[in-house]
Design a protein around this ligand. Structure first.
Ligand code: SIN
Length: 331
């Protein structure tokens, strides 16, 4: 009998590895308390899909991940993907809170050699109707299928497989929290079978896949809202950050009261991207005034957290303002 595919699990923590003292408490629990071994031991069905091995890279609540952790994770996944007789695919277990950030970062920085699938859960492992076990099995099934390599990093959750850039957390506690707004999933699962998959590349912009930068510059996201104080921008200048992503109202509308502080930020050399707090639609460059005269960039289709990652990678690899705006237009 032919050997089953080998799926290597890289565990990073999250609610999928969480435990609570009550089986019905889905709000008060400790994330990241179970190790990868315990998650797999609870899933005997996994052995019918793939051979599994695992490592515990982190045990984090994902809100605590730093950009240095993304770089270390990406480095580890690159090693696994290029190992001789290495795994067929890789599964990363993660928290739902920032999975969209890690997935987007990996989609920009990993070569597309073998499937890389991230999964998470909204309910701790001890809850009735915990979503983690089925999410894990479905993610293992996707990671075990080499045809998903071309798509780049994917997120498997609740019977759906999402391109990294299309997925976001849309609900604070419901099990179907992870999903897209306007994009369709790449595939839908019935049990552990992915039906009607599209074997396509999700995004194929290759700018950052050759090598990882040693570190990422500090970029802050500032919230735009009625009455938002301009001191937010001055605090960022004083802190010496390299760039700002402004999560503005509407189609990236800059508060008039921010203009003087914004000019100070641009004079101080910060790169400033206009993004929107609205979940879909993005922000188009404004050639007449907003961007070309003032010197800001527009986030294009990216959310504020995605724009922060693209800006950090762009600055880390020496892109100037023009190159950055081209990048934002491509993504
Ligand atoms: C986390 O993001 O690590 C905690 C929340 C979750 O996984 O749902």
């Amino acid at each position: 009998m032919p050997l089953l595919p080998l799926v290597h699990i890289v565990a990073t923590g999250g609610t999928i590895a969480g435990t609570a003292s009550s089986t019905v408490d889905t709000a008060n629990y400790n994330a990241a308390t179970l190790g990868a071994d315990a998650l797999i031991a609870a899933l005997p069905e996994a052995g019918q899909i793939a051979r599994i091995d695992s490592e515990q890279l982190y045990a984090y609540d994902s809100k605590d991940l730093q950009s240095a952790d993304w770089l270390q994770l990406a480095q580890r996944l690159r090693e696994l993907a290029t190992q001789q007789n290495g795994p067929t695919g890789i599964l990363v277990t993660h928290g739902t809170d920032t999975i969209e950030e890690t997935a987007f970062f990996l989609s920009l920085t990993l070569p597309r050699k073998i499937p890389v699938v991230l999964t998470a859960a909204m309910r701790p492992a001890t809850a009735r109707s915990a979503d983690g076990p089925m999410n894990l099995l479905q993610a293992i099934a996707a990671a075990a299928d080499p045809r998903f390599a071309a798509a780049g990093p994917l997120v498997a959750a609740n019977d759906r497989l999402w391109c990294a850039r299309d997925v976001t957390k849309r609900h604070t506690h419901a099990p179907d929290a992870l999903g897209g707004f306007e994009a369709a999933p790449l595939a839908t699962a019935i049990g552990t079978r992915w039906c009607a998959p599209r074997w396509q590349a999700c995004d194929d912009t290759q700018a950052f896949r050759a090598a990882l930068p040693a570190r990422l510059p500090e970029i802050w996201i500032l919230p735009g809202y009625a009455g938002a104080p301009a001191e937010l921008i001055d605090a960022a200048i004083s802190k010496g950050v390299s760039g700002l992503v402004l999560a503005l109202a509407g189609h990236g509308s800059m508060p008039t009261a921010w203009e003087p502080a914004l000019a100070r930020a641009l004079d101080a050399g910060l790169v400033v991207v206009r993004a929107s707090r609205i979940p879909s639609g993005g922000v188009a460059p404004n050639a007449n005034y907003a961007d070309s005269v003032r010197g800001t960039l527009a986030s294009g289709a990216l959310s504020p957290v995605q724009a922060r990652i693209l800006l950090a990678l762009g600055l880390a690899t020496g892109c100037d303002r023009n190159a950055l705006q081209i990048l934002f237009a491509q993504y």
